[in-house]
Design a protein around this ligand. Structure first.
Ligand SMILES: [Zn+2]
Ligand SMILES: [Zn+2]
Length: 136
């Protein structure tokens, strides 16, 4: 990799295709779902998707949802602290909303500091029902 660690690293063709696929998706996608959608663009192996996802996640353009084993495009163009990210995930319809709360990031940092723990990052996943599903 010769890309500089700038704010907006240039994306490779594969990274751009994966990011576009996630941006256009209605919800989170697994790596295999992404592969299926990109087969006609020349994707053949899961490794191609995983490589692109690794870079996109590191760049903060895509986030990984551990509990769903799936990926979403970042919904906050100014998602500054890629270190602390939170999501509200609806268990019924699968809607995922990214939450940007600096207080949460600060609180987690304080907790980590209290544990003498060098925090590298955290993804908080709130599970429950969205307003639409809760009302139904
Ligand atoms: Zn984000
Ligand atoms: Zn819902």
């Amino acid at each position: 990799m010769h890309a500089k660690p700038s704010e907006e690293p240039r994306l490779t063709r594969n990274q751009a295709l994966v990011l576009d696929t996630l941006s256009e998706a209605d919800g989170p996608l697994s790596a295999y779902a992404i592969l299926d959608l990109l087969r006609e663009n020349g994707f053949r192996a899961p490794l191609q998707v995983y490589r692109a996802l690794d870079k996109l996640v590191a760049a903060g353009r895509v986030h990984r949802l551990e509990s769903l084993n799936a990926f979403v495009a970042c919904q906050k163009p100014d998602c500054r602290s890629h270190a602390t990210i939170a999501f509200a995930i609806c268990d019924r319809c699968g809607e995922v909303r990214e939450v940007d709360d600096p207080n949460l990031a600060r609180r987690l940092k304080t907790i980590a500091d209290g544990l003498d723990f060098a925090l590298h990052g955290s993804v908080v996943e709130l599970r429950g029902l969205c307003a639409g599903c809760a009302a139904a």
